[in-house]
Design a protein around this ligand. Structure first.
Ligand SMILES: [Zn+2]
Length: 260
């Protein structure tokens, strides 16, 4: 009899703990989501490309962070970071925007390029170079020829972020922006455990720098007040790490001490 009673107590306690955890999960939801959504363009196939200002954002904040989840359709994990950011309001005196998917057609086909088979991240109009249409990094028929490129440009010109973090895969490192200091890369590295290291050839003035027409080259060459950093996730990332990265982005958005 005592055994049955103790078993019932255990069941009751487990039930209450379970109920509390459900209540806690659902109670954190109402603060998430967007306080403003901006359609910045359309993909080749006509899918809307949207940017969302996270709930709680203060447009008077000293910095505005824009997080781009993905540009390459076969590199989906940055969207998981964005989804994590969307679960909570931003910290006080912070402004964060997320552009979850800049290449929805590529994502639907699980392919790097867009529906015109152009690599968006070689199509930007700074340091653009023609390339082989069959290459996986085909830069398109002309600079900024693609609607997805124009959508990202529109997002930056409209939102005017001071910091941009754009996700790629699979190198598992935070790249140095060749045109800027490495302060934001180094801080993100400290907070996430990903190494802050220039992708080979990316270093300023390097004779082996072969990157042309990328999003970050365009941002960092066009907007002196904005620093765009490439965050390369690995091939696979655990949920706990995704949460750590989202948390790090909230910290970096709130801190004001970095140089441009
Ligand atoms: Zn990529």
């Amino acid at each position: 009899m005592i055994l049955i009673e103790s078993a019932l107590v255990v069941v009751a306690v487990v039930g209450i703990v379970f109920a509390i955890s459900i209540w806690q999960n659902s109670s954190s939801d109402p603060d998430g989501g967007c306080q403003q959504t901006l359609v910045v363009g359309k993909s080749v196939e006509g899918i809307s490309i949207e940017a969302c200002q996270l709930n709680g954002s203060n447009p008077e904040a000293e910095n505005t962070l824009l997080v781009v989840g993905t540009i390459h359709g076969d590199e989906p994990d940055g969207k998981r970071v964005v989804d994590e950011l969307l679960t909570e309001a931003v910290p006080a005196n912070t402004e964060i925007w997320v552009l979850r998917d800049a290449n929805p057609d590529g994502a639907a086909l699980v392919t790097r390029r867009n529906a015109h088979e152009v690599d968006i991240n070689r199509n930007f109009p700074i340091k653009w170079k023609p390339s082989d249409p069959l290459a996986r990094t085909y830069s398109g028929p002309s600079p900024a020829s693609e609607p997805e490129t124009l959508a990202l440009m529109n997002a930056v010109e409209t939102i005017k972020p001071t910091r941009i973090v754009v996700f790629h895969q699979p190198y598992a490192q935070i790249d140095c922006p060749p045109e800027r200091s490495t302060e934001i890369s180094d801080r993100l590295s400290q907070l996430t455990g990903f190494k802050s290291e220039c992708i080979p050839g990316e270093k300023s003035g390097s004779p082996t720098n072969t990157y042309t027409g990328t999003f970050t080259i365009w941002v960092n060459s066009t907007f002196p007040e904005t620093t765009a950093v490439t965050f390369e996730l690995g091939l696979a990332t655990m949920d706990a790490k995704i949460q750590t990265i989202a948390k790090a982005l909230r910290v970096v958005a709130a801190e004001t001490a970095y140089l441009p």
